[in-house]
Design a protein around this ligand. Sequence first.
Ligand code: NAD
Length: 488
Amino acid sequence: MKYVNDQPYRMLIDGRWTAGSADTLFPTYNPATGDVLAHVHAATARDVDAAVQAARRAYDTHWRNTTPRERARLLRRLAQLFERDTEKLAWIETLNVGKPITHSRESLAAMPASLDYFAGIIPAVRGDTIPLLNSASVLNFTLREPLGVCALVMPWNYPMTLTLHKLAPALAAGNTVVIKPSEITPLSTLAFAELFAEAGFPDGVINVVNGPGPEVGDALVRHPGVARVSFTGGTQTGAAISAAAAADFKRVTLELGGKSPLVVFEDAPLDAAVDVAAGDIIKNSGQVCIACTRLLLQNAVREAFLAKLESRLAAIRMGDPSDPTTQMGPLVSRSHADRVRRYLDIARQEGAAPRTYVDPSARPDTSRGFFVGPTLLLGATAHMRTSQEEIFGPVQSLIGFEDEDEAVRIANDTRYGLAAVVFTRDGGRALRMARRIEAGSIAINTGIRTSVDAPFGGYKASGIGKERGLEAIIENTQLKNIKYDTSL
Ligand code: NAD
């Protein structure tokens, strides 16, 4: 079955698929082979303007006045269509991102339930009646209202799942949207967008524009017709977007980078902790914002942990992502793979010892694409650049610690605060660590797993605001206070 179109992919503006006003194309690649997979039409600032205007028209004329029931019905219909097309979407994501097909299938299979979840919690979004301290006659209450047009600016690592978790709460709250997928991996989002009309969403409620961030993304986040920007991506880009949005006080949600610690105490169930470390290096080749990339090991268990982890990493089946037995695929692009390899040089210069457990050049199916083998940085210390900066690949630093206080100090000693994992059988210590670590998500004796029903978002430079859970819809609303004097 053929999953990717031969014809260049267009963009979706006001319910119509268009090549855009400049008719310029950019290529997108299959990271497993390095070959061009498809071409995509790029938007201009004029196209971005048309998309925002279409979204605003749809908001004013129709969408803001739909009932919760109608919005829920359309989201549920979209869930059904997604379920029907999951296999196709999973293959597109595998071909464009390089994820093993088993991983794409697994993450996309959960998406219909996410759409159903947001459809189901719309009625929970409501205001309050608040008795006034000094008046018996004035009825004082709040309304939660939508914001208008939301710009959703997306990264390349989980195009489908991240887009869907921004899109569904924005629509559920009564907003219309313009999506800008990553220019590196736009194809699954464009295939998903084909379902919007079939689900019954009116023209202009959901628009998609393609192209590079500094031009198309920038034009979108600066557009005066956009009320809210929801961004997932790098911390530096997040700062630029935040500054651009500040000019006219757009609401901003930022989901940014991480350098999450996995803290393993000497009383930990060691095999379970090793499972999490190995899983985080394998999953999407470590290109996961919440992946634990700093392994903080209490000195007493350091050697035992390392021995177990090394034997797991040496057994990883790295290879063609379309093979269902493959556990680990390539990185997303040549330039990203080069960047990750540069960090291995930096580690050496800083005095750490990178050890790579699978050699991609040794196998025919990994010699052509953008593969980097799973790597541990032995002898790392907390202040090395490789312990501080987000590498975003299959690379983990091993750092020893003596006691709880030192573990907390090292865990908090980065600009990031996205997530942390703690392994210990001591319940009191687990909860002390959970409270002392500065991060938006903490997992104890298990890996970090995002779920649609739990709020997710970073502390510190890992972001602003929350996605998922009821909070995701609340972030898509603004609160109005109304006072009505009933005595007149
Ligand atoms: P990126 O910041 O390079 O790009 C993300 C998006 O922003 C792309 O669509 C890009 O075109 C656009 N963009 C770039 N410059 C822009 C500008 N000046 N104005 C407007 N838009 C612009 O990120 P990436 O490399 O695609 O993704 C990897 C990063 O995303 C990592 O840092 C990772 O940690 C982060 N991430 C975070 C989460 C989270 O939930 N916290 C989830 C996934 C990925």
